[in-house]
Design a protein. Sequence first.
Lengths: 324, 506
Amino acid sequence: MTGGFEIKEEIWIEKYRPFKLEDIVGQKETTERLISYVKSGNLPHLLFSGPPGVGKTATAVSIARELFGDGWRENFTELNASDERGIDVVRTKIKNFAKTSPIGGADFKIIFLDEADALTSDAQSALRRTMERYTSNCRFILSCNYSSKIIEPIQSRCAVYRFRHLTEDSVAERCRHIAEKEGLSIADDGMEALKYVAQGDMRKAINALQAAALFDKTIHRDAIYRITATAHPEEIMELLKTALSGNFVLARKKLDTLMLEKGLSGEDVVGQIYRAIFDMDVSGQRMVDLMDMIGEVDFRLTEGANERIQLDALLAHFALTKEQ
Amino acid sequence: MEESIEWVEKYRPKSLSDLVGNKKSIVDMREWAESWLSGVPEKRAVILHGPAGVGKTSAAHALAKDFDWETIELNASDQRTAGAIERVAGSAAKMSSLTGTSTKRLIILDEADNMHGNADRGGARAVGSIIKTTDQPIVLIANDLYGLTPSIRSSCIELKFNSVQGRSMIPALKKICVEEKIMCGVGVLEKLADNAGGDMRSAVKDLQAVALGRDEIYIEDIATSERDTKESIFKALGKIFKSTDPKSALQATYGLDETPENLIHWIDENLPLQYGTQEGTEEDLITGYRHLSKADRYLGRVRKRQSYRLWRYAGVLMTCGTVVSKSHVSRGFTKYQPPSFWRKMGQLRSKRDMRDNIASRIGDHCNESMRYSRTDLAHLYGRMLKDDAYAVDVAVNLDLNVDEMVYLTGGKKVTKGIQKINDLAQAQRSTYGNDDAPVFFEKKAVKKVQDKKQMDLNQIMQSAASNGNSKAEETSKTVNSAPKDDPKPDQKPAAKAKPQRTLFDF
Ligand SMILES: Nc1ncnc2c1ncn2[C@@H]1O[C@H](COP(=O)(O)OP(=O)(O)OP(=O)(O)O)[C@@H](O)[C@H]1O
Ligand SMILES: [Mg+2]
């Protein structure tokens, strides 16, 4: 058992998972308010909405830890709604949790329903009276990507908090904090790379940081990009410019390098091209057209088409269609 | 430490006179209840319907309290099969006849528009027949009146609960503040009431959410974050329709709490109001829709394959695409409209639910896909229903109720002919084992639960089960459902019939 625990500790996203609300970065307004709930010892039902990897689960766990102290696990139940999404689960398992009294003198327990938007609307309806009738026993915290997927009556029962995309600054702040604790230094270009690969998801940044730290105590961009199988943004830009200038053959050579030497998948390349388009010097109309083309290729990839052929076709399109 | 309780429950109205707003419906409801004191009234049930958090559930319980009636509640957190509903109704009847005739037992069917096609199979039908025969008052509660079948609706008094006006919320909120010893700055309660958008529960909940951990609240303390979604969507629409910078338009949509599925409806609703309204800009509308249609294609792909990655292209095409479609920026101010068509579409939902539900039963009956049944077989069954030689068999085999027969035959209302088929089908069903068979309780079990004022449903279920009556449900199922070797007739059909809802969840 202890062995398992140590292994867990070695993974930084676990080791540096915030235990306290005040440690959660990038959601200041929300956490401030939640801290005052915790101080008062009471809580309304909560609905957290926002993109993945921005701290919704960490926040729910922190609330439980701060409210209940060491024995928090006894009064905190996490259910992933995407695994258990049927109406039966809500009517049996969840209702039974809600009914039973909290343990060890706590005033109430917390049921955390992760990915609540994966519940069908019927299953959500089945929560309604349960949330009302057992409020002396328990509070619900629901998390979802978009609150519009949660039916109106449930929204009406919850205080809704919107979690924002993490800014690059928040990502940098947390990485710096970890680097300090681990005795690392992050070079400027390393930090840029961390922000780029994170795309607002803290988990990605921390994982990349940990992997890079295995090679070198100073974090440079090359390590970050290599580990995450990401092309340098400039390389992608080069690729696109070459294609747009009409030189298909050269563009394809660059593409081969990315895929063969850097180990990028077709999906990776498309994802990076998608991001690069916004930084290119093309008219709005052209940008929208190119986007549609990229999307088409991406769709075909999801359908299992051949990456090399689809990407070649994309480059050809870039090279040979001109702006009308 | 404060008491850890939710104010919305602590301040739930105890008596009808505590309820804010909806005076007319409350008066009508009281009158209906009074009519029960002198026998069984013509309409034995009422439907309270309206948006979330306006006092429907509270009103039902408050009514019981005012009349000193006991209550039995059945809501969406309970399984509501035909058997379950009959047991509840049966027990209400039995028990009140034991306690004497004067006091009633109010049956509250909350969330009645959320009967689950599958887990609650036959529930809606059972409700339909019980509200015609009950000797105890029944209150049905629903958000969406269209979620109830026309035949249920026609045997009930419909009482609409409207959004509560902000102005009338304020005294109630004030009372809570006094009770909780909270000092309120100027305009605080007005703002809370205003933000709630007619949802009284929201107002109370928001009040607690700001007041927690404070003794004084000021207008700055009110986090608008939760109710500002409208505002931010208008801002994003502004960027989309009025700016020439596609990137900033896209960025404005990132913070929105709206899926691309919803956002496209907003753009679709407003595009013709914004583009092509002036001479020489007609092209803008066409180009705009060309992009929207492309965006929609990606949404469809995501729906079909769950590859959410493709949502980003839908996002770009609908926002940036709309931005670049304009040939000039119109300065005039046009108010943005919320997507009305999709709301109406949502109301059609129940009709489609019925259609798909019938189709899946037909599919089961002849081992075909639901889709094929819907497009190719449904009308054949409709024809058979019109033919005296087959009608009753079809009705029995497909387990059709009158509304479904009306639908299948393409009629508009319940005709004498359909009524007759239904009666014959009922008769045939009951010779085999019967949906409507009353459930009897042994006296002992009855006494035990009787002590409790608010009956626990599980107790009823258990006492019924221990009396060996739960079998009634199973027998009736096997007879009513399609006579083929599907071992779980209850699970498959409705799962297939489950319509895709997310689109219409406004
Ligand atoms: N008309 C009202 N007057 C006073 N309080 C109200 C009123 N409506 C709602 N509330 C407050 O909101 C809470 C919830 O109300 P209620 O359960 O009756 O809503 P509902 O109409 O059943 O909503 P839903 O459709 O979401 O179930 C009540 O406990 C009370 O605190
Ligand atoms: Mg209710």
